[in-house]
Write a protein that binds this ligand. Structure first.
Ligand code: ADP
Ligand code: ASP
Ligand code: MG
Length: 443
């Protein structure tokens, strides 16, 4: 078996869904489990409709009509009967109307609303496959065992999910292609959850790991993982192979092509992940494997993550005080704040947070143990490559280039794996930093 996951652009129109059919039909011998995202833009529209209805009192009908029209247009184009999605659309409309009346939007209801995107696209895709003579059926992820925590908008799979998925898929007819919704699941109380924006990649990897498939294929709109974000570095190149560790760092530090957690299930099970382009299926794509030999150059790719908050903590008590970092970290832990990059000196700790939502509360407690300053509007830049471990002078080259460009670097860190060098710059310098480093290492 294999998993084939198609992102929003790949199911973004009738024409794209035809291409998805052709790709799956060509892989039929491998017994694909198909995982789909919502049609491009639909998750954003659903969330906007919910927010405006509940928080601004705006009638959700206009947004809903737009969502309904997008799907009706695709159904028309593919000659899929609109009855396939009528009930779901009605449900979605009632939910939006309810939010409008109540003027209330919890994280739980946000997830319920967001789930309709994937549920609609899975039904249309499966129905079209059937029209083309394949035996296919749409499944909401919870019907095939995707049981998650109740952390709405950022849910995680529960340990039982793996066994449940295995069991659920083993009951399906062998000849059938299941078309499963990415991104969503249900918690133990039967409430709809989502795995975080971009989470369909993660769904695909979780299903792939549970079923111990031969390969997890992520079909997207670029021909693989590139040396830089193509929107920032137009001449970025495709990487034929990257290691699990490299891919994990890249995804974590901002390469949108993979959801940050996608690689975890693949690492635990050792299943290769292949990133492919649904527009150009013949392109070889990027293979992500347990280890890749270090070829040409130390740096494989450069990523950036914008909108980061930096905290600087200073305390003379840090000097030879064993429990200091412990007390700092417990404050972050108790407020659910997760730290991305950290660097310390004898009297200070600097760290970055990408979600500063509960920061105010945490600051009060941190103020008791250290002097704290906060800097917003920062970007993490990360250079990744197994070869960084063994190559001399990479850091020297990075900071010389940035110095020449007069880009101020605020925090520098190299993880214990030594396959990345990470630092922080101001948001408005981020793209320039990525471009000049790309020139330095790849041209
Ligand atoms: P999908 O809808 O298929 O999940 P995404 O939009 O989530 O697709 O991810 C693909 C996009 O990721 C690409 O179109 C590209 O703009 C962006 N991207 C950012 N960094 C990279 C990178 N290093 N390599 C490839 N794509 C990248
Ligand atoms: N549709 C969801 C999103 O837009 C999940 C995904 O595309 O992976 O975030
Ligand atoms: Mg994505």
């Amino acid at each position: 078996m294999i998993v084939m996951k198609f992102g929003g652009t790949s199911v973004g129109s009738g024409q794209r869904i035809r291409a998805v059919h052709d790709i799956c039909a060509a892989g039929i011998e491998e017994r694909p489990v198909v995982v789909v995202s919502a049609v491009k833009g639909v998750t954003d529209l659903l969330l906007r409709a919910a927010e405006e209805a509940a928080l601004c009192g705006k009638d959700p009908r206009a947004h809903f009509q737009q969502i309904a029209q997008i799907h009706a247009g695709i159904c028309d184009d593919l000659q899929v009967p609109s009855s396939e999605i009528k009930n779901l659309l009605d449900e979605c409309q009632s939910l939006l109307q309810g939010l409008h009346l109540l003027r209330e939007l919890t994280l739980r209801t946000r997830d319920a609303v967001a789930s309709y995107g994937e549920r609609l696209s899975a039904r249309i895709t499966a129905s079209y496959f059937r029209l083309r003579g394949l035996s296919a059926k749409a499944y909401d992820a919870w019907d095939v065992g995707m049981l998650t925590s109740s952390e709405f908008t950022q849910a995680k799979p529960l340990v039982e999910a793996e066994a449940r998925m295995k069991q659920a898929f083993s009951m399906l007819p062998e000849s059938e292609i299941p078309v499963v919704t990415g991104f969503i699941g249900k918690d133990q109380h039967g409430q709809v959850t989502t795995l975080g924006r971009g989470g369909s990649d993660y769904s695909a990897a979780l299903i792939g790991a549970a079923l111990r498939v031969k390969e997890i294929q992520i079909w997207t709109d670029v021909s693989g993982i590139m040396t830089g974000d193509p929107r920032v570095v137009p001449h970025a190149r495709i990487l034929p192979a990257v290691s699990f560790d490299e891919a994990a760092e890249l995804a974590y530090f901002g390469a949108k092509v993979l959801h940050p957690r996608t690689i975890e299930p693949a690492i635990t099970t050792g299943i290769p992940v292949l990133v492919k382009n649904s527009f150009f299926p013949e392109d070889p794509g990027t293979t992500i494997l347990p280890g890749t030999e270090v070829k040409e150059g130390a740096v494989k790719a450069i990523t950036s993550k914008k909108g980061i908050t930096c905290l600087n903590l200073r305390s003379t008590r840090m000097l030879e005080a064993p429990g200091f970092l412990h007390s700092v970290f417990s404050v972050f832990h108790s407020h659910g704040l997760s730290i991305d990059v950290i660097s310390t000196s004898e009297v200070s700790v600097s760290l970055t947070l990408d979600n500063a939502e509960n920061l105010e509360e945490a600051m009060k407690e941190l103020g008791d143990i250290a002097q704290v300053s906060v800097e917003q509007g920062r970007s993490i830049i990360c250079l990744v490559g197994e070869g960084i471990k063994t190559t001399l002078g990479v850091a020297g080259r990075i900071f010389t280039v940035l110095g020449k460009e007069e880009i101020n670097v605020e925090m520098i860190s190299q993880g214990a794996s030594r396959i990345n060098i990470t630092f922080v710059v101001s948001d408005h310098d981020a793209d320039r930093a990525v471009r000049c480093l790309h020139d330095e290492f790849f041209s």
